[in-house]
Write a protein that binds this ligand. Structure first.
Ligand code: FES
Length: 591
């Protein structure tokens, strides 16, 4: 390794390097020296760059821009601003296209590929002469996969969230991405909206570049990543078309060079306290349940002992302060205008761990002094919360021995304690085939059970838990029912949905043993989800042939690897051999 002088300019947002004057660059393992191999590494990269470029920090820009990930399609423009910042600070920017997952396009579900994207990104960062990385993500799985990769390779890393799209409107009323698709399609099924009007709203749904504009999974993961300390404080939630996003990208480009100088790697500043702050943020913004599996997976890569129960213990007393769809009324553009995440966190400052650091080297709480709420309709004051107790409730019982989650703020209060007869579906296909059958024995008190949708069973744990209600009940005015599933639900969805049931049916969980007509009891206050069937009777049951038929194991490729190694939702649904960090060391030369 060579030592170079630290001579780049430090922007105001950055912190000093603690008096260090020299930094050893990992990339020097490729570029330093006068032997044949260093010649080869330099010569093929030279292509017009000066010789001293190889003495400077080599910064990858892991870019998930893709025409097939429309929420991230603008990220190459963001990358250009990052590059300018890196150059200014004395680094060498190197764009690295990485696996990108378009939530609405990828089948059978983007979640099947999250771990693959994380693994591929990790390996490419490790394999290349990289000293640090700027992570450009947006659409649901992209920030999680990038952070999982960065945690495992443990190089200095910082996220630039791609930002939400601007508010769209239809007939003068704001449209929330995702949430209003569910709402409008239910209105069509209920006969209160024409199909023609529904289809006309399609061109209004996506107004601009950027990811979904509700507090869905993409917005949630951006703000949670900031609360975790991996985004420059104040940047998450900046709308994609807002020029301030490019300014932030430019500043982040400068910052990553400083992070390399300070050797500020994920393992040096992300701690359990960081996750505790992320959980507080998740609750205060009324964020997506998907953040649970993603945060557990990121923690697993860092070797941090984060558990499902931490979400309940830390988050369930936190008030929801953000009045955004799907739990409230407004959209991300309003959230940013109203002050963004820092304004929210200032209201719950006493609940934050002051020791948790950020990519800047300074604690997160240091950024809260000048973070006013500009619109208390959108971001509520602590004394006037949208919901007094937010967060994620973790349920256990004989139906979910390893846990299941529910988001009480998105549920109907009258259903939080409920008993009802199960109506069981063995697969998504079975559900669609029968849910609108006029003969289906279902009423408003029934509990819809959908299985075969966990990590192994689908495979990939799709967002299907928020099952559409039977048309005949919609026509009667029913708008919510208790639903139970071993899959996930979209962050833009709402309802009394018990999800992430673990173990899943395909992994031998008791969900596989439920029969239509069994009574299921839900008691969110008591954190219980049970099937009222005696233990001995339950033990004597075996899964029906229809249930087993849905779990045919894939024979080849990624799906096979995934099914053989995926863990359950209660630990983040990562692959067993990807847990932990192997760092950035590469043992052998390539020639
Ligand atoms: Fe990309 Fe919603 S589909 S963020």
């Amino acid at each position: 390794m060579v030592a170079i002088g630290v001579r780049w300019v430090i922007a105001p947002v950055l912190v000093p390097t603690g008096g260090r004057e020299t930094v050893s660059l990992r990339s020097a393992q490729w570029y330093a020296g006068d032997d044949r191999n260093s010649y080869i590494h330099r010569a093929w990269m030279r292509r017009g760059v000066p010789a001293d470029a190889f003495d400077r920090p080599q910064i990858a820009i892991a870019n998930t821009a893709s025409d097939l990930t429309p929420c991230n399609a603008h990220l190459s423009e963001v990358a250009a601003s990052v590059k300018n910042g890196i150059h200014e600070a004395g680094g060498i920017p190197l764009e690295l296209p990485v696996v990108s997952l378009g939530e609405t396009q990828v089948r059978p579900t983007a979640m099947l590929w999250r771990n693959m994207a994380a693994m591929a990104t990790e390996e490419m960062l490790r394999a290349n002469p990289i000293d640090g990385v700027v992570l450009l993500g947006g659409c649901d799985k992209t920030i999680p996969s990038l952070l999982m990769a960065a945690a495992s390779v443990d190089l200095p890393a910082v996220v630039v969230p791609g930002g939400p799209m601007l508010n769209g409107t239809f007939r003068g009323v704001p449209l929330g991405c995702g949430t209003d698709v569910w709402r409008l399609s239910e209105e069509v099924r209920a006969g209160t909206l024409s199909r023609e009007a529904f289809l006309r709203s399609e061109s209004s749904m996506i107004r601009s570049r950027g990811h979904c504009n509700t507090m869905g999974t993409a917005s949630t993961m951006a703000v949670v990543a900031e609360a975790l300390g991996t985004v420059v404080p104040g940047v998450a939630g900046t709308p994609a078309p807002d020029s301030r996003l490019l300014e932030a990208a430019h500043g982040t480009g400068r910052l990553i060079v400083d992070m390399v100088a300070a050797d500020r790697r994920p393992s040096t500043f992300i701690t359990h306290a960081s996750f505790a702050n992320a959980i507080v943020a998740l609750a205060a913004v009324g964020g997506s349940t998907n953040a649970v599996v993603h945060l557990l997976a990121i923690a697993g890569r860092l070797g941090i002992d984060l558990t499902l129960d931490d979400f309940d213990r830390i988050g369930s007393g936190v008030p929801v302060l953000v009045d955004l769809l799907p739990a409230g009324r407004f959209l991300m553009e309003d959230f940013h205008r109203a002050g963004g995440l820092l304004a929210v966190l200032r209201e719950v400052r006493d609940l934050l761990d002051p020791t948790a650091l950020t990519v800047t080297g300074a604690p997160l709480v240091d950024f809260l002094d000048d973070a006013p709420i500009w619109d208390p309709e959108v971001i509520r004051l602590r004394r006037e919360p949208l919901v007094e107790h937010g967060g994620i409730a973790v349920l256990r019982g004989n139906l979910a021995p390893d846990g299941a989650v529910i988001k009480p703020a998105a549920a109907s209060p009258h259903l939080l304690r409920h008993r009802g007869r199960a109506v069981v579906f063995d697969s998504v296909e079975d559900f669609h085939a029968r849910i609108d059958d006029p003969e289906l024995d279902v009423d408003a008190d029934s509990v819809l059970v959908l299985r075969g949708c966990g990590p192994r069973g689908y495979p990939g744990m799709p967002e299907v838990a928020n099952m559409p209600l039977p048309t005949k009940l919609l026509e009667q005015g029913v708008r919510d029912m208790v639903r139970i599933c071993d899959g996930r639900m979209s962050g833009t969805a709402y309802g009394t949905v018990v999800l992430h049931v673990a173990p899943e049916a395909a992994a031998g969980g008791p969900l596989a043993l439920v029969r239509s007509g069994d009574v299921i009891s839900l008691d969110v206050d008591a954190r219980r989800i049970d099937i009222e069937v005696p233990d001995d009777e339950l033990a004597a049951r075996s899964p029906s042939e229809a249930t087993l038929a849905g779990f045919a194991a894939p024979r080849r490729g990624w799906e096979r690897l995934y099914v053989d190694h995926v863990l359950q939702a209660d630990t983040g649904a990562d692959l067993d051999f990807l847990l932990g960090s192997t760092g950035s060391q590469v043992s052998r030369e390539s020639h």
